[in-house]
Design a protein around this ligand. Structure first.
Ligand SMILES: C[S@@+](CC[C@H](N)C(=O)[O-])C[C@H]1O[C@@H](n2cnc3c(N)ncnc32)[C@H](O)[C@@H]1O
Length: 209
């Protein structure tokens, strides 16, 4: 049986990832709102769980440099192909997970798009992320609001079924970030046995004290 946990699943999805219009649409909405909320020009950034780097590519034109990291070798392979083919010089790839092993810093900004729900201990991770951000720097997390598990379906294990916005606010504050803005940035629709379901995605942004 295929491994539906961890990074094997993403290794298998990597090649087709950018062909899914909903992956591109949500990235566009998240990048647009990030542009409004954070003064990105000239910032250095680390993206965690970057996958094929959709968000890093969308923001690279404004950033000074971005390190796009992911634990899936399949995702990193595609990301590196894209970097080579694009000729864009300020995106670097790094194979690493939420332990952030091998990540330098500090960065002006740490970004996650649809990755926090794969992190086993999100609260502890946000503390580690804070350690990679300079004082006054930013964190931005886009992820699912609490859902009933139907977003990934019964075959995918080891995920959080979205997050309560109140817990994100609490974890950000505990990790040393404030003030915190959290708002709906995009809504994904998925077809299930009972028809179409909507899954709102929030964008939380804050500065390190
Ligand atoms: C839903 S995909 C999102 C990819 C990309 N951010 C995007 O929006 O297109 C989740 C990504 O998180 C990565 N991931 C899984 N477990 C992780 C972990 N513990 N820490 C960091 N990233 C993880 C996966 O390899 C995958 O690329």
């Amino acid at each position: 049986m295929a491994d539906t946990t961890g990074t094997d699943r993403f290794d298998a999805l990597a090649r087709e990832w950018d062909l899914a219009p909903h992956h591109v649409r949500r990235t566009t909405d998240i990048a647009d709102l990030l542009n409004e909320r954070i003064p990105l020009a000239g910032m250095s950034a680390l993206e965690v769980g970057a996958g094929t780097g959709l968000l890093s590519f969308a923001l690279a034109g404004r950033l000074s440099r971005v390190v796009a990291s992911d634990p899936s070798q399949g995702m990193v392979d595609i990301l590196e192909d894209k970097i080579r083919q694009s000729g864009i010089g300020n995106i670097a790839s790094l194979r690493c997970g939420d332990d952030l092993d091998g990540v330098d810093g500090p960065f002006d900004l740490v970004l996650l798009q649809m990755a926090l729900h794969h992190v086993p201990d999100p609260r502890a991770f946000l503390g580690r992320a804070a350690g990679k951000i300079r004082q006054g720097g930013w964190i931005a997390v886009a992820d699912l609001d609490t859902e009933d598990g139907s977003f990934h379906g019964p075959d995918v294990a080891d995920i959080h079924f979205g997050f309560k916005r109140s817990e994100i606010v609490e974890w950000f504050a505990l990790a040393g970030f404030e003030p915190i803005s959290i708002e709906t940035v995009h809504t994904m629709s998925r077809q299930g046995p009972q028809g179409s379901r909507e899954y709102p995605i929030f964008l939380a942004t804050a500065r390190k004290r």
